[in-house]
Write a protein that binds this ligand. Sequence first.
Ligand SMILES: [Fe+2]
Ligand SMILES: [Fe+2]
Length: 183
Amino acid sequence: MKTSGYQPKLDLNDWQTVTEKEYERVYSIIAPELHSFVEEHAALGHLMDQVRIKYDEEIYQQALREIETELSQHFYYEETFILPRLSRYFATDEVGPCMKLLQEHGTIRKNFRDAAELFTTRNAAEPSKDLVQKMNLLAYLLKKHIEKEDHYFFPMVSLILSQAEKDEIAAEVKAAYEARGKQ
Ligand SMILES: [Fe+2]
Ligand SMILES: [Fe+2]
């Protein structure tokens, strides 16, 4: 990120932009019943790639709107439909994938609230370094979370859960979206 005088406090440079080719391969190691989650990752990851380019009021606004929706739907569906089923396969939830996933969701939710607050109180003529830095951090956290879920979490869930459990998840996600008026 290069704006005048802006020095990021964190090194957020280990960043790979979303490519369709990579996603084709990712889909091949994840159960079809869980693909809706990965499709949403791809779309959000692409938006985070745009956030990272530079300050753009419209992109920031769109990104915050999309993230807010993701937090109440996608994140919530992972927590409600997947984690309780996965947790049965582990001796404890005090460590391991369920605990870590929830922890990351919590960190992302907090940084989203901070970013939304900074955006609401922004000076459009001269965006603050804090806003740009917070948006970049939020984009980075989401990007890394998505990468982890695409390459570790969902492939692992695909192998651990039974076919019946995966079918149940797909049915619950479908019903939840339908209840919200989205097919
Ligand atoms: Fe997640
Ligand atoms: Fe996810």
